[in-house]
Design a protein around this ligand. Structure first.
Ligand code: PEP
Ligand code: MG
Length: 550
């Protein structure tokens, strides 16, 4: 009997491969009395040394960004002061595992107290301690698996820190127990071009090495598929890839109506892939990655250098920079107060600028300096804009920095309801359907259990897109979509029919969107949009459009 697990579909590809699970953190055993202190010290320091060697060898073969993280971790673990403290704690009567735990804990406290760069690295020490303890106890290494062959990564969920180390040449697909359609992991999977199924509650039953067929379009994971099932999925995948690669160049409908196809960019590791992709620029440059894992904001020079890298890679093309969107699903301890009862409804996104104007001003100054030295067409937009006054203030601030084009993201229903005034207040609008769905349906975007409400085919969400696009269109203002909705080729037709002028998605998704657009006229798109709007729910909206496009 075939067993098929279901979850939330992320992307459109499919792949078959063996499961490799994220290894859990080893639990600390009960403390024990050490009879032979010298032997205990020797074994414990040897375990620490093995961890250093392992990190160094992985750094030697990893990509640039991962190599940097691994090498920095290796240096920390090799600190002789740390080894000396471990030995001292064992001499004082602790067993090796508890000595490691205590020594790393002390180092962590010291780093946090030092502030700045050192405090930013404090979390790495937890990972090192876990590795050293696992090595000492003979347990599997915690964190990302490295079975030595390509695998389907199965995890409860992925933390942003795991993702810097994820090797896209080894990971075939992602399956996670938790996560929603627009959660961090889903966005990451698309950025890496990996088929994924998230919110797959039964994924905990997937055992190491088990072959599985992950079908991202269907949101299914088939256990131990028969050879003929694998072969037919592979030929379907081959056809999908051929179709995605068939049409090139600027996005347009079958009758030549232009629709700008832009890339979403969320980390410098994605830059070379995005720059090489067939796209007209970046429609959403998420700048939060620069601020993650930090105790304070990066300085002007560091930010300028990072933006310069992006603008240079996109010389002559458009780059839409989204200013810092801290809070809720993207928390930053030095920006967001930890005492809010409802962080998604709290001081987040542009709202943080009122409390801490220097944060956004430094960022704008860095963007302006980098833009001045580059031929990229730099636009800037603010996240979480609720009322037209905020959009006007932001636009004035952007212009004061010498940046000519300022926009507002439409992510809050109030912004869509007043899209006309919003468009009057700035130069362009960009609809963030991930948050717009969250706030329209009062449904936490990170919760897989609310995926049905967060479905971007929800007619109520499409109503808000229509209102925004219409009001922007009346004023000649561009209105793009940069949420995950833009990555769905069929929904892209509907969005264009609603009046959206650009679509921004992970580069891996643009080929299929481009091919689908090229097969339908603007009139077709308008008719499809009318069908979707008339539907009673998300499922029937999707089914009606699928039925008509055949
Ligand atoms: C959105 O909310 O749709 C969006 C594009 O921004 P983010 O996913 O980064 O919140
Ligand atoms: Mg958002």
């Amino acid at each position: 009997m075939t067993t098929v697990l279901t979850g939330i579909a992320v992307g459109t590809g499919s792949v078959t491969g063996p499961v490799a699970r994220m290894t859990p953190v080893p639990p600390l055993p009960q403390p024990r009395t050490v009879a032979d202190t010298a032997a205990e010290t020797g074994a414990t320091l040897a375990a620490l040394h093995d961890v250093v060697t392992d990190l160094e060898s992985r750094a030697a073969t990893a990509g640039a960004a991962a190599a940097e993280v691994l090498a920095a971790q290796g240096m920390m673990a090799a600190d002789p002061v740390l080894a000396e403290r471990v030995a001292e704690l064992i001499r004082d009567g602790r067993d090796g595992a508890h000595a490691l735990d205590a020594a790393f804990g002390e180092f962590r406290t010291a780093l946090e107290a030092a502030g700045g760069y050192f405090a930013e690295r404090a979390a790495d020490l937890d990972d090192l301690r876990n590795r050293a303890v696992a090595q000492l106890l003979g347990l599997p290494m915690p964190g990302l698996p490295a079975p030595g062959h390509p695998f389907v990564l199965v995890a409860e969920d992925l933390a942003p820190a795991d993702t810097a180390l994820l090797d896209p040449t080894q990971v075939l697909a992602l399956v996670t127990e938790r996560g929603g359609p627009t959660s961090h992991t889903a966005i990451l999977a698309k950025a890496l071009g990996l088929p994924a199924v998230v919110g797959c509650g039964a994924a905990d039953t997937l055992t190491e090495g088990l072959p599985v067929l992950v079908d991202a379009a269907a949101g299914t994971v088939q256990l131990d598929p028969a050879p003929e099932v694998v072969a037919s999925a592979a030929s379907r995948e081959q056809r999908r890839r051929e179709r995605a690669g068939r049409v090139h160049g600027a996005g347009r409908t079958a009758d030549g109506h232009p629709v700008k196809l832009l890339a979403n960019l969320g980390a410098l590791q994605e830059l070379s892939g995005a720059a090489a992709a067939d796209c007209e620029g970046v429609g959403l440059f998420r700048t939060e990655f620069l601020y993650l894992d930090r105790a304070e904001a990066p300085g002007l020079d560091e930010q300028t250098a990072a933006y310069r890298q992006v603008f240079d890679a996109f010389a002559g093309r458009r780059v839409v920079v989204r200013t810092l969107d801290a809070g809720a699903d993207k928390p930053l301890p030095f920006v967001n107060a930890g005492d809010e009862q409802n962080p998604a409804l709290g001081i987040r996104g542009l709202r943080t600028a009122a409390r801490d104007p220097e944060l956004v001003d430094t960022q704008l100054a860095a963007v302006a300096a980098a833009a001045a030295a580059s031929s990229a067409e730099v636009w800037v937009m603010a996240p979480m804009v609720s009322v037209p006054g905020e959009a006007a203030d932001f636009a004035a601030r952007v212009r004061a920095h010498g940046l000519p084009v300022a926009g507002a993201m439409v992510e809050v229903p109030a912004a869509a309801l007043r899209a006309g005034a919003m468009a009057d207040a700035c130069d362009f609008l960009s609809i963030g359907t991930n948050d717009l769905a969250q706030y329209t349906f009062a449904a936490d975007r990170t919760l897989g259990s609310l995926a049905a409400l967060l479905d971007p085919w929800q007619p109520a969400l499409l109503d808000l897109v229509r209102m925004t696009a219409q009001e922007g269109g009346r004023r000649g203002r561009p209105v793009g979509v940069c949420g995950e909705a833009a990555a769905d080729p069929l929904l892209a037709l509907v969005l264009v029919g609603l009046g959206v002028t650009s679509l921004s998605a992970a580069p891996s998704c643009l080929g299929e969107v481009r091919a689908t657009l090229s097969e339908h006229t603007l009139e077709d798109c308008r008719a499809l949009a009318a069908l979707a709007l008339a539907a009673g729910d998300a499922q029937s909206a999707r089914a009606a459009v699928l039925d008509r496009t055949g």
